[in-house]
Design a binder for this molecule. Sequence first.
Ligand code: ZN
Length: 493
Amino acid sequence: MKIFAKGLIVTLLLTLSSASLHAQQGKQLDERLKDHLYYLTSDELRGRQAGTEDAVKASEYIAEQFAEIGLEPYLGDSYFQYFNVAVARNKTFRNVVGIIEGSDPTLSNRYIVVGAHYDHLGVQRGKTFPGADDNASGTSALIELSRNLLANRNTLGRSIIVVAFDAEEMGLYGSTYLAEVMPTDRIDLMISMDMIGWLKEAERLTIQGAGTVKDGVKWLAEVPYRGDMKLSLNLYENSLFTATDTRGFARAGVPTFAVTTGTVSPYHKPGDTADKIDFAGLQDITLFMTSVVEEASKDATFGRSGKVATIHSTLPIAQIGLTAQLGRSSMRWPDSAMKGKKGLLTGVGATMQFNIGRWLTIRTGARYEWAMPKWPSDTNPFGASTKLITEQLTTPLTVGARLSLADTRSYSFISAGWYYTQRYKATIDKENIPIGEAGIAREDWGAMWELGTNAGNWQLTVTNRYGLTNLLTNPAKGKTRTRNTICELTYFF
Ligand SMILES: [Zn+2]
């Protein structure tokens, strides 16, 4: 056993080996997986694009398989769960959902959801994207995992919801819908198998989300069926730019395992074909995941750790962060066409951000700044030198809109408002210039706008400030205003 610690992510590699008790049954399993996968990636289904007849055919096949193995439909007498997608109103989308009722009188009121998306990219510019690894592999495993669970159904405690999701590639619509309509407080674990057909090349099966269940790393290490593979366990899913069907459930606080052999296959390319799938590996993963689901179903103490990945947590109403600034400061003379030369602006400070509802953001804070604008030569009212340095404290206040991207912690925003600056010190050639009465004005305020982007706890902002007050205390010297363009990097705690 080896443990690698990388920041918050702990990767545990377990070499799992045991004599295969399933050798006899395994060969059949291997062939069945192959049958499903070759059909799902066949020319007939043309890449299973959500909203097309091809995806409908794929969902019919999955429903037939569910019926054949004896899975009960989750919703009355149909396996199909229809839902709408706002960007494609006139098309049909449907998850395929079955249930295996648990046999424990108390635990059976609770659920384990195990899912895999069956849709892929279809035909694009005349090329078919078969999506063998993404995600005919997970769909095939899902069918066989259900068959295995049904064979031991008397031992199950919690009820198992088995679901083949539609419209994942369009934006996780099928899983998001199921998470919306299910009582998520009664789900003790949600598993998404997405791209699990390349075990040999990947050399390990990755499970992200071990930290979302109580003692998850230890619990996973003790799952009885070990197969012959390495496991790589991540405590949380933390990628800001990729997401899988766990998302809707994770946002609702449900523990989630995202199971994958990773992006070693030709990801989202026409070359993601059935002949490249590692069926021996897929079989091992199917048996291992059957064991994971069985154990989670039986284990009365199995439950949530109370922690979810940062990207899945809801944005707090108030955030505090440290900010560093680097930018340009210059002067303008609104009564003439003259422009000052740009100088540096640096500073440090704190940012407070209030997140209200889904879209609104209010930002404020304080910055201690050094602004170094320059006069054009010979226009300096204080003498020959052209460079002014002011030390100042600035308080911005803006209101803006957040634009959601991949996740709650990954978004852009645009905001506008006002700022107020108090100057404490001004120097020209290391000589102090009086603040207030005889030189540089003590106060400055004006309008500002910001454009920002967030990734996890980091925020990068471009701020533009337009001074509306006179920099100089003597009006006879003319109106001089400041103009600042600043990059700000903030880390939120
Ligand atoms: Zn996928």
